[in-house]
Design a protein around this ligand. Structure first.
Ligand SMILES: NC(=O)c1ccc[n+]([C@@H]2O[C@H](COP(=O)([O-])OP(=O)(O)OC[C@H]3O[C@@H](n4cnc5c(N)ncnc54)[C@H](O)[C@@H]3O)[C@@H](O)[C@H]2O)c1
Length: 423
């Protein structure tokens, strides 16, 4: 049995790693988190019976934790900007790492991780769980079996609904230094998915991006007759995002304690008095990008964070056929019509409607197989489809996300090699 330690007792760290590992009889030997009270509250009220309390370590004590607990694998599930430090420190101790996505927040840190891995006996796996969603595996199989021929083009429009999108603008994600911006934090999922589907690596990016919905200049920010923004209770009364989601918990009011899963409070989390129109927001909420891949394929990608629905439309075109899929739901969870099928159209044949496979488990049925690949030996299906994501693939997803915002800011095409290989 392997011994794990966790960096960051986050929602994700708890629900996807610590509790399933403990249920499975694995050892979670300790946790690093600046929030000691959160770790103790977990031990007091969430830890299943029969398990030893998780020892707490402060972030600077990572090496002492490794000395004392002798783990085999370090799980990194802390805020994105802290991943690089833990990954590099773990690799320096020849430990294996399982890192939440995005692997890191900048291409420079991605290059640092790749260098550290070259000098280590340990290696890094990244939790790119979108690959594992059953319908995405179905699409991969069709492509891998050659049914589309050589892939020429992908068009992917991804929408994040106003509840989910708005939540990013009230947390640490809204600061580029902490999240890499949403083209990295969220876009890395989609960019990795496309690279994996078409089995190629991104080479060059050109993009536009803007802050259209949130931030101080938002068209939805309530203002009085003289144009002055409302504040306090008046702001809440008039705010369309808040009114649309009041009572959902997605929009905490100033002073509300921030709590996560299992009612565990965050004490070292972001300040509680944040709102959608704050000056510190320094990222974009809308992107349109073109990506060229090594195999000659291209991607037209858009991503926005204030949509009436959540999900995507994707069209994958190859020399011999095409896949088209629209998958999503409204903010109340109602699936959009057509989400239970996708279409495969051979170039010279009759289109086929394919039922999507649905599986139980977190992240639309992705998490159970992801976990069993990460914590055991990868399944035969996983190896055949190339499901586990390694550090290079994690790095490419981050670098492409960075290339998107850099291209938007600098108004020029960005080569991935410029960011990654020369960092
Ligand atoms: N794969 C997915 O689909 C998916 C989904 C959600 C989140 N995530 C990723 O999981 C990670 C955690 O996100 P979350 O929203 O669950 O987090 P969270 O906000 O629930 O918790 C963050 C935790 O990290 C702790 N922390 C803060 N600074 C730290 C540091 N320097 N060292 C160690 N711990 C620190 C906080 O005290 C808190 O306990 C992020 O990297 C996020 O991108 C991935």
């Amino acid at each position: 049995m392997k011994r794990y330690v966790l960096c960051g007792l986050s929602n994700r760290g708890l629900a996807s790693f610590v509790l399933p590992l403990l249920e499975n009889g694995d050892t979670v030997a300790g946790v690093v988190d600046p929030d000691r009270a959160r770790v103790e509250a977990f031990n007091d009220s969430v830890l299943p019976e029969g398990h030893e309390r998780l020892p707490w370590y402060a972030p600077p004590d990572f090496d002492r934790m490794v000395d004392e607990l002798a783990p085999d694998t370090v799980i990194v599930a802390s805020p994105d900007h802290t991943h690089a430090g833990y990954i590099v420190a773990a690799l320096a101790r020849d430990l294996d790492v399982i890192s939440e996505k995005p692997m890191v927040t900048t291409a420079a840190d991605a290059a640092r991780v790749l260098r550290a891995q070259r000098d280590s006996k340990g290696s890094v796996l990244v939790t790119h769980n979108m690959r594992y969603i059953p319908r995405h595996r179905q699409i991969k199989e069709l492509i891998q079996d050659g049914r589309l021929g050589r892939i020429t083009h992908v068009a992917l429009d991804y929408h994040v609904d106003l509840r989910h999108g708005g939540s990013y603008f009230q947390r640490w994600n809204r600061v580029r230094a902490l999240s890499g911006g949403l083209s990295v934090h969220k876009g890395c999922h989609h960019l990795d998915l496309v690279s994996w589907w078409i089995d190629s690596a991104p080479e060059q990016v050109f993009a536009y991006g803007a802050l259209n919905y949130y931030g101080p200049g938002s068209p939805h920010r309530p203002r009085d007759a003289s144009g002055e923004p409302y504040t306090g209770a008046e702001l809440y009364e008039r705010d369309p995002y808040y009114r649309a989601q009041a009572g959902s918990g997605a929009f905490p009011e100033p002073g509300d304690a921030r709590t996560g899963l299992y009612g565990l409070a965050y004490r070292h989390q972001y300040p509680t008095d944040t709102y959608l129109y704050d000056d510190e927001i320094d990222i974009e909420d809308t992107y349109s990008a073109l990506v060229r891949y090594r195999n000659g394929a291209s991607l037209a990608y858009s991503l926005d964070f204030s949509s009436p629905w959540e999900g995507y439309r994707v069209m994958i075109s190859g020399t011999h056929g095409q896949i088209e899929s629209r998958h999503g739901r409204t903010p109340d969870g109602t699936p959009l019509p057509g989400s239970d099928t996708f279409t495969f159209s051979p170039l010279f044949g009759t289109p086929e409607t394919i039922e999507v496979i649905v599986r139980e488990g977190g992240h639309e049925g992705a998490d159970p197989l992801l976990r069993s690949d990460l914590f055991g030996e990868p399944a035969a299906e996983s190896l055949r489809l190339g499901l586990p994501a390694d550090a290079r693939q994690g790095a490419l997803a981050v670098a492409t996300g960075e290339a998107i915002w850099r291209s938007a800011v600098e108004s020029r095409p960005i080569d991935i090699a410029e960011l990654l290989d020369r960092s």
